[in-house]
Design a protein around this ligand. Structure first.
Ligand SMILES: [Zn+2]
Length: 300
């Protein structure tokens, strides 16, 4: 973690990201459960619920984390990677920065979703450095495909099959923002070759033009997580498929999953989900901004 970035987040200037001013966006825009981006109070409520779950856990590390989050307040922020209030502030800073990147408003960027098989993790006894390992592998993968600059958010969720066809597992997803010019035919082909479909990974790679809307950037660092439930295809009496196999992010994580994920996020640190590959933080004295760098990769 960069000391400059940490200092920025403790500064007066950063306070606005913990408050309720802009940026604002609509979460799940166009969907039935669309709603305005969370308020400071929403994050406090989310934190209080999480503290309750952590505090009643049988795991001593979870109870200790519960105490850390409970002590987080306007006067002194805990800066844990598991804290909904700090994560919300980081997300709002990130959205603000991304919206100001050169070329974003002109549609010169693309969004890439990568859900690789190496992003799965067990809920029980997950490796403590799961996020760091995933970040390293994603950087290797995109470098191998020919992408030397990307802004990357890591989004953890949980997968299960409605009929138990595969083991419940955690899944890390990488959301990348890249300038569209780097996505040559060759790069796209290499990415597809590196990311194969499987029964548990139906859409390992999705590339879309980034329309610059705030909710797109916000999604890369969202601080509410879900369970994705895969349902088998539905057939009628004649054997014809009436509904294809589906995989919907429809449920809240189970308590055990939420506790395990909180420990992973805490272990990863306050910016453990944000990777600046070929980008770096700039001008931390007055304001922290994402800027390009000519040198190779850099993580905060
Ligand atoms: Zn906090």
């Amino acid at each position: 973690m960069s000391k400059d970035f940490d200092a920025f987040f403790r500064s007066r200037e950063a306070r606005r990201f913990y408050e309720d001013g802009p940026p604002h966006w609509i979460e799940n825009e166009g969907k039935r459960y669309a709603k305005p981006s969370s308020t400071a109070k929403d994050a406090e409520i989310q934190k209080a619920k999480l503290v309750e779950r952590l505090s009643t856990s049988t795991d001593t590390r979870a109870r200790e984390l519960g105490r850390i989050l409970a002590a987080c307040s306007v006067l002194s922020r805990c800066r844990s990677g598991a804290c909904p209030c700090d994560n919300r502030a980081l997300q709002r800073w990130f959205v603000d920065e991304v919206s100001g990147l050169a070329g974003v408003a002109e549609g010169e960027w693309s969004a890439i979703s990568i859900v690789p098989t190496f992003g799965t993790f067990p809920v029980v006894d997950a490796p403590r450095d799961a996020l760091k390992t995933f970040a390293d592998l994603i950087k290797q993968l995109i470098t191998g495909a020919g992408i030397d600059r990307a802004i990357i958010g890591i989004d953890p969720n949980f997968n299960e099959h409605a009929e138990g066809k595969f083991e419940r597992h955690g899944q890390l997803q990488a959301w990348l923002l890249v300038r569209s010019e780097v996505l040559t035919k060759d790069v796209r082909r290499r990415l597809r070759r590196l990311l194969n479909k499987s029964a548990t990974h139906l859409k390992p790679l999705v590339i879309k033009p980034y329309d610059g809307r705030l909710n797109g950037a916000a999604y890369a660092l969202k601080h509410k997580f879900f369970r994705r439930v895969t349902t088998p295809p539905k057939k009628n009496d004649d054997g014809a498929t009436v509904e294809r196999q589906n995989s919907r992010p429809s449920r809240k994580p189970r308590v055990q999953q939420e506790v395990a994920l909180s420990l992973l996020l805490h272990e990863a640190g306050p910016q453990g989900r944000l990777i600046l590959h070929g980008w770096k933080l700039f001008n931390p004295q007055s304001r922290t901004e994402i800027k390009t760098t000519n040198k190779g990769e850099q993580q905060m």
